[in-house]
Design a protein around this ligand. Structure first.
Ligand SMILES: *[C@@H]1O[C@H](CO)[C@@H](O)[C@H](O)[C@H]1NC(C)=O
Ligand SMILES: *[C@@H]1O[C@H](CO)[C@@H](O)[C@H](O)[C@H]1NC(C)=O
Ligand SMILES: *[C@@H]1O[C@H](CO)[C@@H](O)[C@H](O)[C@H]1NC(C)=O
Ligand SMILES: *[C@@H]1O[C@H](CO)[C@@H](O)[C@H](O)[C@H]1NC(C)=O
Ligand SMILES: *[C@@H]1O[C@H](CO)[C@@H](O)[C@H](O)[C@H]1NC(C)=O
Ligand SMILES: *[C@@H]1O[C@H](CO)[C@@H](O)[C@H](O)[C@H]1NC(C)=O
Ligand SMILES: *[C@@H]1O[C@H](CO)[C@@H](O)[C@H](O)[C@H]1NC(C)=O
Ligand SMILES: *[C@@H]1O[C@H](CO)[C@@H](O)[C@H](O)[C@H]1NC(C)=O
Ligand SMILES: *[C@@H]1O[C@H](CO)[C@@H](O)[C@H](O)[C@H]1NC(C)=O
Ligand SMILES: *[C@@H]1O[C@H](CO)[C@@H](O)[C@H](O)[C@H]1NC(C)=O
Ligand SMILES: *[C@@H]1O[C@H](CO)[C@@H](O)[C@H](O)[C@H]1NC(C)=O
Ligand SMILES: *[C@@H]1O[C@H](CO)[C@@H](O)[C@H](O)[C@H]1NC(C)=O
Length: 635
């Protein structure tokens, strides 16, 4: 009885629901062996004589075409196309079978390869580049090339809508347990003063809300509990307004706390560091950012956050430029906090020039780009924690050579400083005769735990293993300890920013000194190790200086050195980097220094791949060296 009543109901519903809602989420296809995604969105339509396109293959009524807005003749196409092939990884010559040429009369001509292509008149203003033309409607659909996130660095593959909101990019290429990321043709975009980041492909740490999609904070329960964000925060919105294209959300460690591969990664698998043997810890918490910028030439820049080292760690071990900016340069609304008094947002890049442009966009008037202005470099170079014996190992030799080259470059001198000693000799009022390492020992864990438990944990009452130990530390301390911790931080900041790294009285120099400490020294931290449980991050170290003093701290990839990998049983190359600090607000000075050192040939822009000088990541190199057939017989 119940069953028949139920099926009657279903029938009735089916009968009354005549039409369903159909919404395209795009389409993926292969064209000449390349994986593409056809956006459901269109920048405009064209009118054309369909009979001229008969010979061009189509899928679901979509035909590959090219739009050329440049005022050229068909005869000039080959030159244009060869420059396109240089600058864009999405376009390929096969899109030239039909060319909509601005102002041209419909015509037939010969392509550079000698195959026939059709030239059609163009009256639309859609940007130049490859498209898939819907021959039924006349709408041109934008084309994305699809790439495998083989480093496992993304949590979500995203499509930016024309309104600047986000939806999932519904495409998957053949790969194993990784996402597929889509990047639009670079030909659609022309950077301008208004849109200096037009077409720049950027990935966003999955703690920054993006309107239309969910944020995970590196935690599955969080992702599933909350609805999609309806607002993109100030920082990322500025990038979008400047024309940047967000291609996805990237893996942070849980709640942006420090985690080591792989056991700490309870919810998501740690991304893969592409350098060396390919099995090194990518560091955290902007882990996806570092792994991706070290792996993918098709990705230009990643935005991460740094509270206690989360931009610098991944930059150091992946051999990238990464800036923890001065504190407070941009509002972090709609970004998960760790500790508002310490949190910063900044970029990981291979090219310091692009970092300068992106900094100008995101920090606005709080950032002074001095990449072209007159500037005096500080002549005093302070080193902290540097090796003293160049023959001890290759990394020591390289670090010391770098300080000499830098000193020569700025016509200055290097001197080693020991903050512990300087503090004891000249302690600030309020230090209570306490050594620096005791004074700041509990400051960092207190601030992050006390702030994040209130701002994040308490509203979200689920328990998850890794951050739990840090939150538990916060609970074990009385409320007054936060005030004490912030007070200690402030005493250190005022001491450091007057005694060690004050602003220069000369505004064209900005910072009185530069302070250097070793970032990474080509040591290994392989991910196939069973480690101890996460600990509370007590202590003071060079990496905490910028955290407490609010000064900019930028990672410079300077070289690499070989060491024996137990994983490959070969010598592999691992990055060596130096962190350089300047006075608070002198962020532009550091970025200019990076650019100038690259131009002077003292350091090089790192490339993607197995080494900072390029090369396929390990798994691909192996496949190439042995040949696919041999690989198959191995198993
Ligand atoms: C198609 O393009 C023409 C101009 O090329 C324009 O007048 C027309 O409105 C467009 N149609 C749609 C639906 O946008
Ligand atoms: C069209 O073809 C004619 C004759 O082949 C040629 O003179 C003319 O330049 C062509 N137009 C364009 C825009 O290529
Ligand atoms: C966004 O969501 C929040 C929380 O659900 C709500 O209070 C707010 O009004 C929404 N804003 C917009 C612009 O929809
Ligand atoms: C500059 O920094 C101040 C202090 O943090 C902040 O209030 C202001 O909004 C920032 N300006 C811009 C353009 O972001
Ligand atoms: C600073 O000096 C102290 C005491 O001599 C020493 O223990 C410590 O290792 C030094 N620190 C650095 C970073 O050189
Ligand atoms: C420097 O390192 C080399 C190689 O480890 C060692 O032989 C030498 O004694 C060291 N020199 C000093 C002054 O420590
Ligand atoms: C460091 O500099 C010395 C002296 O210029 C040079 O002999 C040595 O090869 C350099 N080391 C490296 C690793 O480049
Ligand atoms: C660097 O040191 C040399 C001598 O060691 C000295 O003559 C020179 O003035 C110093 N330069 C600076 C900028 O301090
Ligand atoms: C400070 O500490 C030093 C060594 O720990 C000690 O000798 C000195 O008496 C202390 N001064 C004060 C004022 O407590
Ligand atoms: C830092 O604090 C922890 C926990 O109280 C303690 O175990 C450790 O010895 C302290 N270290 C220093 C240098 O005070
Ligand atoms: C602050 O500094 C005092 C010494 O003046 C020290 O005893 C205390 O542990 C520090 N507390 C924090 C939370 O940094
Ligand atoms: C490689 O294995 C050996 C032997 O177990 C060990 O001593 C060494 O530390 C390992 N090297 C690295 C880089 O982990």
């Amino acid at each position: 009885m119940w069953f028949s009543f139920s099926s009657f109901l279903v029938t009735a519903v089916l009968l009354t629901t005549t039409y369903g809602q159909l919404k395209s989420t795009g389409l993926s296809l292969k064209f000449n062996g390349v994986d593409y995604y056809v956006s459901p969105y269109s920048p405009g339509n064209v009118s054309f004589d369909a009979s001229l396109l008969n010979k061009i293959p189509s899928i679901f009524g979509l035909k590959p075409v090219t739009v050329v807005q440049q005022p050229i003749t068909a005869a000039q196409l080959p030159a244009l196309v060869s420059s396109w092939m240089q600058e864009d990884d999405v376009f390929q010559a096969a899109f030239l079978q039909a060319v909509f040429l601005a102002g041209a009369a419909t015509n037939q001509s010969n392509s550079p390869e000698g195959t026939t292509f059709t030239v059609l008149a163009l009256e639309s203003t859609v940007p130049s580049g490859p498209y898939f033309l819907d021959t039924n409607s006349g709408f041109l659909h934008t084309v994305y090339r699809l790439y495998d996130d083989f480093a496992g660095s993304f949590t979500e593959s995203l499509l930016q809508t024309p309104e600047g909101t986000f939806q999932t990019l519904s495409a998957q290429t053949s790969t194993t347990a990784t996402l597929t990321i889509g990047v639009p043709s670079r030909l659609y975009f022309t950077p301008s003063n208004e849109k200096p980041l037009a077409g720049v492909r950027i990935a966003v740490k999955d703690i920054f809300d993006l309107a239309g999609v969910k944020t995970s904070n590196g935690n599955r329960a969080w992702y599933n509990l909350y609805p999609p964000a309806n607002v993109t925060g100030t920082a990322v919105q500025r990038l979008l307004d400047a024309g940047a294209i967000v291609v996805g959300h990237q893996k942070p460690s849980q709640f942006a706390n420090g985690e080591q591969a792989t056991a700490d990664w309870v919810d998501y698998h740690s991304p893969f560091n592409p350098r060396g043997d390919g099995y090194q810890d990518p560091s955290s918490s902007s882990s996806g950012a570092g792994a991706a910028i070290g792996s993918y030439p098709w990705l230009d820049i990643a935005i991460g956050s740094d509270t206690g080292g989360s931009i610098r760690g991944p930059s150091q071990v992946q051999g990238l430029f990464g800036l923890r900016p001065s504190h407070g340069l941009v509002s972090l609304d709609h970004v998960m906090p760790l500790a508002t008094s310490l949190d910063t947002a900044g970029f990981l890049v291979r090219d310091p020039k692009l970092m300068d442009t992106a900094n100008t966009v995101i920090y606005g008037s709080n950032y002074t780009s001095i990449t072209s202005g007159a500037l005096q470099y500080p002549k005093t170079i302070l080193t902290y924690g540097f090796p003293t014996n160049a023959s001890a190992n290759t990394a020591s030799d390289i670090l010391l050579n770098f300080t000499r080259s830098l000193a020569k470059f700025v016509s200055g001198n290097v001197s080693a400083v020991n903050l512990t000693t300087l503090w004891s000799e000249n302690p600030p009022a309020g230090a209570q005769n306490t050594s620096l390492s005791v004074f700041l020992n509990t400051t960092y864990p207190t601030i992050i735990a006390k702030e994040q438990t209130v701002l994040v944990r308490d509203p979200f009452y689920r328990d998850y293993a890794a951050p739990l130990i840090r939150w538990a530390y916060g609970d074990s301390q009385p409320p007054s300890v936060l005030i004490e911790a912030v007070n200690n931080k402030t005493i250190f900041m005022n001491w450091f920013n007057t005694q060690i790294l004050p602003l220069s009285s000369d505004p064209s120099q900005c910072s009185s000194n530069l302070l250097l400490y070793p970032g990474s020294t080509a040591t290994q931290n392989p991910r196939n190790k069973y480690l101890t449980t996460p600990t509370v991050p007590f202590g003071f170290s060079a990496g905490r200086i910028s955290v407490f003093a609010e000064v900019p701290d930028m990672v410079f990839p300077i070289e690499q050195a070989a060491s024996f990998s137990n994983i490959t049983q070969h010598q592999e190359y691992f990055p060596i980097s130096v962190d350089i600090l300047a006075a608070k607000g002198c962020d532009g000075l550091l970025v200019k220094l990076a650019k100038d050192l690259v131009e002077a040939g003292i350091i090089r822009k790192p490339l993607t791949g197995q080494t900072i000088y390029g090369g396929d990541v390990l798994m691909k190199r192996e496949a190439e060296e042995r040949g696919l057939e041999q690989l198959r017989y191995m198993w």
